[in-house]
Ligand binder design. Structure first.
Ligand SMILES: Nc1ncnc2c1ncn2[C@@H]1O[C@H](COP(=O)(O)OP(=O)(O)O)[C@@H](O)[C@H]1O
Ligand SMILES: Cc1ncsc1CCOP(=O)(O)O
Ligand SMILES: [Mg+2]
Length: 269
């Protein structure tokens, strides 16, 4: 099946099944990620107490771990939730927000990757490169790097190291599994002017993976392509960040198979 068909089929499944997506995420994006998932047709829940995360993760279709505003107790909660998800084969998405900015963030991301089985890493170029290479420093949660051969090589190496899919957002997104590489050319630069749209993509990646069965690689690319084309649709309505965000959530809700067939831009290599 070609990727457009796959993306349309997965979107249809999300809208039919409304999969539960369990997020342990940061304070900045809890509301926007929940709204983006609802607009998509999924069912979001944000839950981070150590007393309930195992139970919640066990009934979810996907678990999304996001280290954007870390606290000690949350790290334990993330490890517990991932353990429950791993026991049941539920996909785990890790957004290593700000990895490389502080030693703490880098160490926590690395601990999660080492102690649990993460299915997909979803970050920007700076974050992902900092996980793959020791001496990369970034200044915050936004990427200070653009794509280079070094980043493509690092994504593949990281994917092999942890046996997971590594996906990097940017002007052209990259999806790698250590063997194959896909590039997604959808999206608009204005998406970087609204906080939380990277985190929203991690949540949407969780939703696509929750209905994908075994083929997570193509599901991740489909999630990126769909998300980016919704950015393009929103940009036709607005070119300012505030109203763009509203138009973007509307586009996530309104876009369908026809938009995927005319707009999805995914290529290999
Ligand atoms: N220069 C760009 N041109 C087009 N789309 C972009 C660009 N930069 C980022 N995007 C898109 O914005 C979304 C969020 O990515 P990004 O800003 O890299 O995440 P983060 O907020 O985690 O840094 C993704 O869908 C990505 O494809
Ligand atoms: C600004 C900020 N600070 C800590 S988490 C966060 C949100 C980052 O969201 P995104 O990576 O999606 O822009
Ligand atoms: Mg981010």
């Amino acid at each position: 099946m070609d990727l457009k068909e796959t993306a349309a089929e997965l979107l249809g499944k999300i809208r039919t099944n409304a999969p539960l997506v369990h997020n342990i995420t940061n304070f900045v994006v809890m509301n926007s990620s929940a709204n983006i998932l609802l607009a998509l047709g999924a069912s979001p829940v944000m839950a981070h107490s150590r007393r309930e995360v195992k139970e919640m993760a066990a009934m979810a279709g996907a678990l999304v771990l996001n280290i954007g505003t870390l606290e000690e107790k949350w790290i334990e909660a993330m490890l517990l939730a991932a353990e429950a998800a791993n026991e049941r084969g539920i996909p785990v998405i890790l957004d290593p927000v700000g990895a490389g900015a502080t030693a703490y963030r880098s160490k926590v991301a690395e601990t999660i990757l080492r102690k649990t089985s993460v299915s997909v890493i979803r970050g920007n170029a700076s974050e992902v490169l900092s996980l793959a290479v020791d001496d990369v420093r970034t200044k915050g949660v936004d990427s200070s790097l653009s794509f280079s051969d070094e980043i493509v090589t690092a994504a593949g190496a990281l994917a092999r190291k942890y046996g997971c899919i590594v996906s990097i957002s940017g002007e052209k997104d990259l999806v790698a599994d250590g063997d194959r590489v896909l590039r997604v050319a959808n999206g608009v630069p204005l998406m970087t002017r609204v906080t939380g749209l990277g985190c929203g993509l991690s949540a949407v990646t969780g939703a696509f993976c929750s209905v994908a069965g075994e083929d997570l690689f193509n599901a991740v690319a489909a999630a990126y392509g769909f998300y980016g084309l919704c950015g393009e649709l929103a940009h036709e309505v607005s070119d300012r960040p505030g109203s763009f965000y509203v138009a973007f959530v509307d586009a996530i809700h309104a876009a369908g198979a026809a938009d995927i067939h005319t707009r999805l831009k995914i290529e290999s290599g």
